[in-house]
Structure formats: C-alpha cells, structure tokens
Ligand binder design. Structure first.
Ligand code: PEP
Ligand code: MN
Length: 459
C-alpha cells in the first residue's frame, strides 16, 4: 500500500497507543468477524444530515450541544437512564434555542461511549497489580473482571443498538413534541427536584411562553401538527473512536463511494491518541463522518494545522456555498482548563485561520478542570463556567466564533461536581457519587450551564 492510500485497516500499519492486548486472538478474530456481519446502527443519510448541520454551525447559523457520560456503562442501557439523559439534553437545547434564539444541533455522548483512554494500563490495589478499568467494552470494574475479554465488543454493539433503538422510538413517539406540554412540564420532567426557585421559574417561564407562542400559531393556522420541526428533533450519537478494531468493522463504502463509520454519527479523537503518525489519525482521515479532535494545552499550533492537513486534505467545501465554506467535516473540541485557555486558544485560532481549514470550534470546559478533592475526582462549576465564558470572549476578540459546547453530564441527581445554583459543597460529593470515570454535571447543574450559555447570546 502506498503512503497515501487509505483502507479501513490501514491504521494497522501505524504506531498505536492505548491499544488493548487480548490473550485469546482466535476469540478476538471470531468476534470481529461477527461484528462485521451485524447490521449498521446508523445510516449514511443521517451522517450527511449531521454534516450539513455542522456546516451551518461553522457558518454561525446554529449552535452545537454535545453531552453525555464520560464513560457509559452497559448498565446505563435502561429505560429510565436513557430517558433522563435525553430529557436533560432536550431541556438544555430548549433553553439555548429559546433563550439564545439559536437553532441547536444535538449530539449525545451515548450509544457507544464505552471505551476509555487511561493514563496507565495497570493499577496497584492492595499490593497487587491489575489491568486498569478500560471501559465496559474492554473489561469490568470488578477486580475479577479486569482481564480484557473480546466478547465485550459484542456487548458494546448490542447495548449500542438497544440504546439507539430506544432513542429513536422515543423521538418518533412524541417525546420531544412541543405540541404536548406534558412532555416538557415541571412534574413529568423532574424539575420539581430543582432546589433553586430561580432556575425552576426561569425554565417554567420558557415553557409557558413557548406554549403561548404555539397557541398563537394554532390560532392563525400557522401550526401544522405534522410539521417535523415542532413534533420531533434530531438527536445524533457520538463516541470517542478509541478501539480501532471495533470501529473498523462498521466502516464501509456508501452510495457515494466514500467510507462511513456506520456505528455512530460522529466520532472524535482523544487528546491521548492524536499523534500525527499514529493509528488513530490514520483511521480517521479516511472517514466521511464528521469528526472531532480534542485540543489541549500540549497541542502546538503548527501541530494542530498538520492534523487538519491530514484529516481535511481537500479543504472540503460545500459546493452550494461560497469557496472555503466547509462541510462540517471537523470540529475542534478545545479543553485547556480555566487558567490555561487564555494562553493557548488565541494561538490555535490564529494558526487555523491562516491554514484556511474551516472548522467548528467547540469548548469542552470539563477535561482541563478536573481536580481531586476529599480523595475523589471532581470539577468546580465556577471553573467550568469560567472556561466557557473565556472561550466565548477569546473567539470574539480573535474575529472567530464559538460554535458549540461539549459537556460530561447526566440527567440524574448525582453529586460529582462542586457548585452550581444548588451550591453543592465538597462535603456533599459523597452523597451520590456514581461515576467510575470523570465527574459529570448533574441535572440541575446542566440546566444552570445552559441558562448561562443562553445569556452569552443575549449579551
Ligand atoms: C473524554 O472526553 O472523556 C476524554 C478522555 O477527553 P480528552 O481526550 O480530552 O482527555
Ligand atoms: Mn472524560
């Protein structure tokens, strides 16, 4: 194979980091063969639809909201948990749409966000060395389940399929239908749990005004019940493309002869796997899916441009738009930390501008703000809000614009991040600390952050 030729397995010729070593290669090969035969989970038409929406984000016509668990467990594949994740994302998007008067593109970290990169492959527990927990699709959290088992890749497929299926069923069944106030009101949407009356009233105010607006449209006959934009919404799925053996099995040529990963709509490369000569960048460069790249403080501006040169060699443009209007191919997900963003983001924006690659800029205010308090990993709401505020401002100052946000969050009432309008303290963290990976915003903190983003649009 020549240097530039790409195939779904050409990543195998490159150096790989964060790979999983399986003891039983025969079993692995059997599982991979089975995965290859199983049907796709998403369609190329859906992927193209997302790319079109992301192209509109890049043109400042829409705003991207991406969020979900740090690591999805197979156990999260339950009716309640899927509904609560969907609810919080829909409520946040309603706050952004209404408060910010901007159309929102929704991408969940869901239906496949099982694998996790780790800083060390093993850990010492009570003087014994164990494989680190790498995510439910690799090994189990329990110490007796720590040996990587290829069978778990099949588990990933089936949990992903069940999650996708239930999300599709909910959305098709009117879960996000603005005509039906029940789906959006306080009681059925759990807002009664929100302790802060200001947030509760603010959200209820939006819902009330929205229903007034819909009533008015009905009165003048402008409200067509069958109109898709009112009766349902798009909810795309995404995960970090970490396990390339798994991702390869979903990679096939579409009707346009381009290669699509039909296991999810959007994949991103993590901050630990974005080496220019590495296997992950090689795999990603062949995909027609929209892809994300995590960008942290260790990314050199020239290196960033070289990543873009590899992933977007044709400076992809939308044929119907003016030159250099990109087609939603690349989203740069920046994650520096509240105290580092000022140092790095301006240089990154300038370098990308000069390169002529057109990207969606998305702020992940979670991953640069992780700290340990009372022996657990946490994040402070104020630091998250600060990085976000700085991202909006720095983009403006650099004649650029922030196109989206990326959060680790859950619709449940967990206590993993400090602060927010509920004023969660360090001592409260132990009340309901659930995550096995990174700390998430809980339901109330997620609404808080959505209101604060909507305010940036109003200012
Ligand atoms: C993540 O998104 O969970 C993650 C590990 O992020 P990063 O690659 O930016 O550290
Ligand atoms: Mn994480």
């Amino acid at each position: 194979m020549s240097q530039n030729e790409w195939a779904p397995d050409s990543w195998k010729t490159k150096k790989i980091v964060q790979d999983v070593i399986y003891e039983d290669q025969d079993k692995l090969n059997k599982v991979l063969g089975k995965l290859k035969r199983l049907p796709p989970l998403v369609s190329e038409a859906e992927i193209r639809r997302l790319r079109k929406q992301l192209a509109e984000v890049a043109e400042n016509k829409r705003f991207l909201l991406q969020g979900g668990d740090c690591a999805e467990l197979f156990d999260y594949c339950s009716q309640d948990q899927i509904e609560s994740k969907l609810k919080v994302l829909l409520q946040m998007s309603l706050i952004l749409t209404w408060g910010g008067r901007t159309s929102v593109v929704r991408i969940a970290r869901m239906a496949g966000q099982y694998a996790k990169p780790r800083s060390k492959p093993t850990e010492m527990i009570d003087g014994k060395e164990y494989h680190a927990f790498r995510g439910d699709n690799v090994n189990g959290i329990d110490l007796e389940d720590r040996i990587p088992d290829p069978e778990r890749l099949l588990g990933a497929y089936f949990h992903s399929a069940a999650t996708n299926n239930y999300v599709r069923l909910l959305l098709a069944g009117g879960f996000a239908d603005l005509h039906h106030p029940d789906s959006w009101n306080l009681d059925s949407w759990d807002l009664a749990h929100v302790r802060n009356p200001k947030i509760r009233n603010e959200y209820q105010g939006i819902v009330d005004r929205l229903h007034d607006a819909l009533d008015f449209m009905k009165t003048i006959g402008a409200d067509d019940e069958s109109q898709d934009s009112i009766s349902t919404v798009d909810m795309f799925m995404s995960h970090e493309g970490l396990l390339l053996d798994y991702e390869q099995q979903f990679t096939q040529q579409g009707s346009d002869k381009k290669y699509y990963n039909l296991g999810t709509h959007f994949l991103w490369i993590g901050d630990r796997t974005r080496q220019l000569d590495g296997a992950h960048v090689e795999y990603f460069r062949g995909l027609a899916n929209p892809v994300g790249v995590k960008v942290g403080p260790s990314m050199d501006p020239e290196e960033l441009v070289r990543v873009l040169d590899i992933l977007d060699p044709n400076f992809e443009t939308d044929a119907k738009s003016p030159p250099f209007t990109q087609s939603g191919k690349i989203t740069l997900i920046t994650r520096y930390g509240h105290d580092k963003i000022q140092k790095h983001l301006p240089g990154h924006i300038q370098a990308v501008k000069k390169s002529n690659h057109k990207v969606v800029w998305c702020c992940d205010p979670m991953h640069g703000n992780t700290e340990t308090v009372n022996s657990v990993k946490t994040r402070r709401f104020d630091n998250i809000a600060e990085e976000l505020g700085k991202a909006f401002r720095i983009h403006l100052q650099n004649d650029s614009s922030l196109g989206g946000v990326h959060f680790e969050l859950t619709g449940d009432h967990v206590t993993e991040a400090i602060g927010g309008s509920m004023e969660l303290s360090a001592d409260d963290l132990s009340t309901n600390y659930q995550t096995f990976c990174d700390p998430r915003l809980n339901y109330e903190q997620s609404l808080d952050i959505a209101f604060s983003i909507a305010k940036y649009f109003q200012d």
